[in-house]
Design a protein around this ligand. Structure first.
Ligand code: SF4
Length: 126
């Protein structure tokens, strides 16, 4: 059991709960999974494909930024294209973007705790 608590966040996060979760933070309503320039370079090396191919196959451009594509599973239900639906885990875990690494400690959730409580079984309100 590994409980993470961060200053000014009104919840704790038990990382050991991730192994029994079916990937709620990678599946659900459509959203942006931002990936920065250095992360794109690292991921292209990790996947052994060119940056151009990575962008075409796996990313979508939103103004001047890139977000990872999603696949639609059902109405209002999407999965990150890198989520392995059979293994129920991230297929690029070592190179997942910072946004994923820092979940659930996003400023947005400080004031929207009910939203993350519904989504993530690893979270306990403090
Ligand atoms: S990159 Fe990995 S951790 Fe991030 S949303 Fe996609 S599957 Fe989940």
């Amino acid at each position: 059991m590994s409980i993470v608590i961060k200053k000014s966040f009104p919840f704790s996060f038990d990382t050991s709960a991730c192994s029994s979760c079916l990937g709620n933070c990678c599946i659900g309503q459509s959203g942006n999974i931002w990936i920065n320039k250095q992360e794109i370079i690292n991921l292209s090396e990790y996947l052994n494909i060119s940056i151009k191919d990575l962008k075409i196959k796996f990313l979508r451009k939103k103004l001047y930024k890139y977000s990872i594509k999603e696949i639609q599973l059902s109405k209002n239900n999407f999965a990150c294209i890198f989520f392995d639906l059979n293994k129920k885990s991230c297929s690029i875990y070592e190179q997942r973007p910072q946004q994923c690494k820092t979940f659930p400690f996003w400023n947005y959730f400080k004031n929207n705790i009910e939203e993350v409580l519904k989504e993530c079984p690893a979270i306990t309100k403090l």
